[in-house]
Design a protein around this ligand. Structure first.
Ligand code: DGY
Length: 339
């Protein structure tokens, strides 16, 4: 049995709202669900929640708590006549068909803010690890082939004085910029429009092509949308400096992964630090994992105990408020509520 919970009704009173969670959340976050009158179930199998389980559970649910791999699309929504709210445990919501949910009057929410600092930390960790070749250093030690210190042994790229190009200077982009300033970096950024407050970081707004040509490091912090799908493709990678480091902690499909593998393999850019991939989980035999100049983590941007608890709490609060007929704090489609 991989779906647990479900305390049903069984007492002749009004049926409790049925809530399904895509996985196990940190226990303290569940308190409002335990205290409230909910019939709650969750997936506790291994791996991502299978689509057929989500379809089956959505069919009887009033509320869903979803993870970033659960596609909430037209097909799923058509199966869910009672559904009132879907609360994502993520700030990104490219797994949602916002228009389809809005047409059906279903509230959608995400978890912004609480994960900003943790994600910026991981971004900076990847940037440092890729620039200073942590992975290659560790593998050299493991191999027993480290024979001597010499001046160019695993020489990497210097952060101090270098320009960090941030694509998407939103909350997380700005938190990365703050860290970069402390490392003596200069900041430039690209995005849909100049950002008020960018001057605080001395950050200069540049068109994406110019940013790619001039930055020493490029870090991606834009949401995945039809406009940003493969934003960094073969042509864009070719614009980057041969010494450049690319960092992606946003969504895998913002980068054309095939083009990136080719460029890294051919040494067209220096290195990449990647937390997100076009297909997740990344297959162990994926070529990215055998390239020496790539540092990868398995989508860990927000993975600290306190941040993951904060995200879970926010998602549950959104859900409970929505089911109570109140406006959830992180509503993505306010027009549904304001109708
Ligand atoms: C998000 O929240 O969108 C991250 O990718 C997971 O923390």
């Amino acid at each position: 049995m991989t779906v647990s919970g479900g305390n049903g009704n069984g007492n002749g009173r009004q049926p409790k709202p049925r809530v399904f969670l895509s996985g196990i959340l940190p226990a303290p976050a569940l308190q409002p669900l335990q205290e409230g009158e909910f019939d709650c179930a969750w997936w506790e199998g291994e791996g991502n929640l299978p689509r057929e389980v989500l379809r089956r559970e959505a069919a009887g649910a009033d509320g869903l708590v979803t993870f970033l791999n659960d596609r909430v699309d037209e097909e799923l929504l058509n199966l869910a006549p009672r559904l009132k709210i879907v609360a994502n445990v993520a700030v990104g919501y490219d797994n949602f068909d916002l228009a389809a949910a809005t047409r059906r009057g279903i509230l959608l929410t995400n978890t912004p803010g609480v994960l900003t600092e943790a994600t910026a930390d991981l971004t900076f960790g990847l940037l440092l690890a890729a620039a200073r070749r942590f992975g290659e250093g560790r593998r050299l030690l493991d191999s027993g082939r480290w024979q001597a210190w010499y001046p160019l042994l695993l020489a990497g790229q210097e952060l101090n004085g270098a320009t960090l190009g941030i694509v998407g200077l939103g909350r997380i982009g700005q938190a990365v910029a703050r860290r970069a300033l402390a490392f003596g970096m200069k900041i430039a950024y690209a995005g849909r429009r100049p950002v008020a407050g960018a001057a605080r970081f001395g950050a200069e707004f540049r068109p994406l092509d110019e940013l790619l040509r001039t930055a020493d490091f490029v870090s991606l912090h834009c949401p995945l949308t039809p406009q940003t799908f493969h934003l960094i493709g073969r042509k864009e990678i070719a614009m980057m400096k041969p010494t450049a480091v690319l960092v992606n902690t946003s969504r895998g499909a913002v980068v054309d992964q095939g083009a990136l593998v080719e460029a890294l393999g051919a040494g067209r850019i220096f290195a990449a630090g990647l937390d997100v991939f076009e297909e997740e989980p990344l297959a162990p035999e994926h070529p990215l994992l055998s390239l020496p100049n790539v540092v990868c983590t398995p989508h860990l941007g927000s993975a600290t105990h306190s941040t993951r608890l904060g995200m879970a709490r926010l998602a549950v609060e959104n859900l409970v408020r929505g089911l109570a007929g109140e406006r959830p704090p992180n509503l993505l489609n306010p027009e549904v509520f304001d109708r």
